[in-house]
Design a protein around this ligand. Sequence first.
Ligand code: ACO
Length: 432
Amino acid sequence: MGDETLTVTDNRTGRRYEVPIRDGAIAATDLQKITSDGPGSGLLSYDPAFLNTASCRSAITFIDGERSILRYRGYPVEELAERSSFLEVAYLLIHGELPDPTQHRQWVDAITHHTLLHENIKKLIDTFHHDAHPMGILVGTVGALSTFYPDAKDIFNEESRRLQILRLIAKMPTLAAFAARHAVGMPYAYPDNDLSYAGNFLNMMWKATELKYEPSPVLERALDVLLILHADHEQNCSTNVMRAVGSSHADPFSATAAAAAALYGPLHGGANEQVLRMLKEIGSVSKIPEYVKRVRSGELRLMGFGHRVYKNYDPRAQIIKKVADDVLAVTGRSPLLDIALELERVALADDYFIKHRLYPNVDFYSGIIYAAIGFPVEMFPVLFAIGRTPGWLAQWQEGLLDPEQKIARPRQVYTGPAERHLPGVRAEAISR
Ligand code: ACO
C-alpha cells in the first residue's frame, strides 16, 4: 500500500510527476508541485461541491452507497436501530465504543440533568413572531446558548468539551419543543426526568393539563429509532459546515447553530416535507400512473427517491418502512401510506427508475411517521437536527483533535477581470 503512486505527465511542459497515493487518495497539495510558469502557478483541483474530494480522515461513519451499507463506528445501522437506544448511539458516535452499563447509566443521567434551559432563553423564544418557523427559532436559540456558557470557548479542554456535548444533546429537544409550543401559543412544558429521551420530547411537545404525561411506548420507540437513523451520515452538507466553523475554533454552540442553518435548506433537511406534500398532491392510488408518467417525462422529480451516495436501497428507508407500520397500527392507517407503498411498487418496476438507479431514500417514509405522530411539517427539519446533533458533535471533536486539520479555507479559480483602473488613474502612478 505504502508504495502506491500515480504518475502524471503535464502535456504543457512534458514533465512527469509521481504523486503518492494514501488510503486510495492523493493529497491535493501534491498537485501544487505541477507548475507551468514558476512558483504560484501550481495546479489546483476544482471540485465545487466536493463531489470527489475528501475533506478529512474520519473514523465515525462508513457508507457504501452501491451496497446499501451504513455503519456507525463499524456497527451496521440496522443492528443499532433494532437493539440500541438513541443515547447509546450518541455515546458510540462521540466516544467510539458503546457504553458499558455504568457508563450508560452515567451518560443518560448526565444528559437527563442538563435538559433545562436558562429562563432567559424562554424569554428570548417569547420574542419571536407567533408564526416564526421553529427551525429559525432553533438556529437562533442554540447560537444564543453560547452567550450563556462562555466556558464553551475552552475547546481544547477535554472536560469543557464533555460538558458542552452533554448540554447540547440534552437541550436541543427542549429548544425544539419550546419553539413548537410558541407557534401554537401553548405554555412551555418542562422536561420530565422520569422519561426517556424520546419520551420526554413527546412530553414537552404535547403535555397539556394532566399531572403526568405518559407517552405511547410505540411512538416513543419509533421516534427513538428515527433519531438513531439520522444520527450521522459522514460528510453531508451540515456536517461539513460544523467542521468548517469548528476549524476556526468557534465554540460548539455557534458551530451547531451554523450546522442547523445548513440543515434548514430544502435540499438537505426539508425533503421529507416535500414527500408529504407530493403524496397529498397525488391524492389517491388511482392517480399514481399519471404522476409517474410526468416524472418520466422530466416534468417532476419523485420526492424521497434517489440519493447522491446510495445507488441502491437506502438502508435507512427499509427500517423506516417497518417503523411506519408499527406507528400506523397505533395512530390509525394513513391513506398517504397506501399511496406511498403503491408509488414505491410502481416506481421500482419502472424502466426509468431502474435505469437511473433510483430507490426510496430515508425521507420517503419518515414524513408519514412524523405526521402520524402529530408533528406539524415545520417540525420535520427540527427533528432531523435533534437526531443529527451527536453526529455533528462527534465530527466537530474529531476535527479539532486531528493534527492534520487546519482552518478550512478552500482555494478558488478566479474568473473576474484582470487588473484595471479607475478613470484618471495611471497604472504606473500607483505605489504598491
Ligand atoms: N425523480 C426523478 N428523476 C430523478 C430523481 C427523482 N427523485 N433523482 C434523480 N433523478 C434523475 C435526474 O433527473 C437525472 O436524470 P438524467 O441523467 O436523465 O438527467 C439523474 O437521475 C441523476 O440525477 P442528479 O440530480 O444528477 O443526481 P444527484 O445525485 O445530484 O441528486 C438527489 C441526488 C438530489 C437526492 C436527487 O435524487 C433528488 O433530487 N431526489 C429527490 C429529492 C430527495 O428525495 N432528497 C432527499 C435526499 S436524502 C437526504 O438528504 C436526507
